[in-house]
Design a protein. Sequence first.
Length: 290
Amino acid sequence: MRKYLIAVTLLFFTVSGFAQTMLKLPQASPRANLTYTIGVTDITINYGAPGVKNREIWGKLVPYGKVWRAGANEATTIKFSTEVQIAQEKIPAGTYTLFVLPTDSTNWSLILSKQKGLWGTDGYDQSQDMVRIPFSPQWSVFHETLQYTVQDITPNSGRLSLNWANKQLVIPIKVDAHSQTLKLIKDSLSSAKPTDWAILAQAVGYLLQQNSDHEQALEWINKSINIEENFFNTWLKAKLLAQKHEYAEALELNKKAQKLGRLSKESYQAYADEIEDAAVLWKEKRFAVN
């Protein structure tokens, strides 16, 4: 099929040598390029989307026992911006060619290949497989057009689904969102301007939400305050101390944050109620601890 398309294109330019522009025409299997995000991991799928068109798909158009391009025309590709886990396999960040091997109606395998730039399965080399992972397809509602989606997304997981005709292949994907986020934060901090107190405060805000890496958060917030002390980074440090039940110190910083905030006026208003309510709560908790 590829050779036929190339021959037609060459013939077109030979016969009409004056032609300079190819028309954009409807495609039988249009290309789709989709990106989903799990945590901080971007997953990008690029594939040709064929239709059923009243054909028998499984075991006929897509024969059993042969590697399938899992799409149409150029081979399907999938790109992970960070390391992911599929089943028990760790998949490094990168772009892979995605194939499916339907052995029979109930036993399929997902193949991620290190080969690039293939037309369908032409030139496929099994020795270049990154992984082969067995999966069982499921019956599903009818899909006229082949479709990939990532569903049931959480900060640490999602499900890649291939739907076509009356079958669905579901591939669970896991990521370590926290460690990957920390790596991205540290990379960003290493290239940030030495006078950028705000990026350090952002990093601390994330660690506060996660209630983790407390010592690292304290190091970053102290650095932020040393660059430029303001109500916001002072407030963040107060919250860090309160998170560790150090309420007396947290209240002192809360008082200081309110004082600095009133000087900054407008920017403080968005946080005023939260900061002042926290002061009341921390006083109660300090007395309860004592």
